[in-house]
Design a protein around this ligand. Sequence first.
Ligand code: SF4
Ligand code: SF4
Length: 389
Amino acid sequence: MADKRSRRAEMPAPKVFLARCNTYDQKTVDQRIREAFSAFGGVDAVMPSGSRVLVKPNLLMSYHADKAVTTHPAVIEALLKLLLDAGARVTIGDSPGFGSAARVAQEAGIADVAARLGVRIVEFNESVEVTTPPGSLFRKIYVARAALEADAIINVPKFKSHGQMTLTLAVKNLFGCVVGRRKAQWHMAAGRDHHAFARLLLELASLLAPCFNLIDGIVGMDGNGPSAGRARPMGVLLAGPDALAVDHIAAAIAGISENRLPIEITARQIEHFEASLRQIEVVGAKVQDLALDDFEPPESVDVQFGPRFLRRTLRNALAARPKVDRQQCQACGICADSCPPQAMTLRNTRIEIDHSACISCFCCQEMCPHHAIDTRRGWLARLLIHRST
Ligand code: SF4
Ligand code: SF4
């Protein structure tokens, strides 16, 4: 299956819609999301009438909507109403990190919205092997059949910080279209190289090519995201057909330099991805009016500078590692089950980490339901920060 990247270079400069939205009041959210589609010619211009549309929210794991881990149900409701009014045949789907999509959607308040509007929630439990285009880093990608067979995907991420990728936005949200345990295999395939993982995410986004991306940043998360950080009002909605361009503007709002974003650094090295970052036209609100001056990034540091032979040493000295908070830990073992290289072991009631095997993917932190995993910077990073304060 060919992806749409070959057409990217000839496409006009990407456009991103940006709006201030400080509330989940349904009428207000309905209005903003209608404006988002109008900026691109309306729902009918974004996808053909009668399409089978898959709505892909962030359903990481079971949390109440107030925790800002999952996409808010008011955003999903506004989107579903617009799509159904336009005659689309809509389903909602995801492959959560833990638990079923139905269970996570229930806790997040999305299942009630779906039931009220007659929309089915599908589990991603069957993978399809897809051969990637020449030049891809990975020759094959396995994606959920439901995502591949939809006529159109609408990607609805939550605006959050992320230990490995610094931010999780539209591109990263599509990793949920990889089914269950296959996610761990991809983490292992990329290993400690966050840029290889970023390349996989870019290739996956290119393959799935959502027709529209709508980032819920009304209340987002900073600090130790994507599940253990601080839920915080951000007051923004972003939208557009180009996931990478939308993410670029979101990062600008968070004040995160592109040098801290593995996805963006990787994209800039590859022409067909780099095109998404050229001359982005922002419509609606202005970035400077919505910029956050207190967004706390995660503590992780990736090392891509210095001579290649020194990078490993530097990475070990600088990179953040997971650290278990013994007071918080409930010895449930979920982190050990989620650890791609099985670097964690639950012994009696203690989690032990083999740091020589750890690939700093932070899946453990993402999955810990008790927020018992902190990040600890490498010794050199701690020393440098201590000296500068
Ligand atoms: S997932 Fe969290 S609470 Fe459970 S064993 Fe791991 S660190 Fe402890
Ligand atoms: S210990 Fe945590 S950060 Fe390290 S490899 Fe396992 S899941 Fe990833």
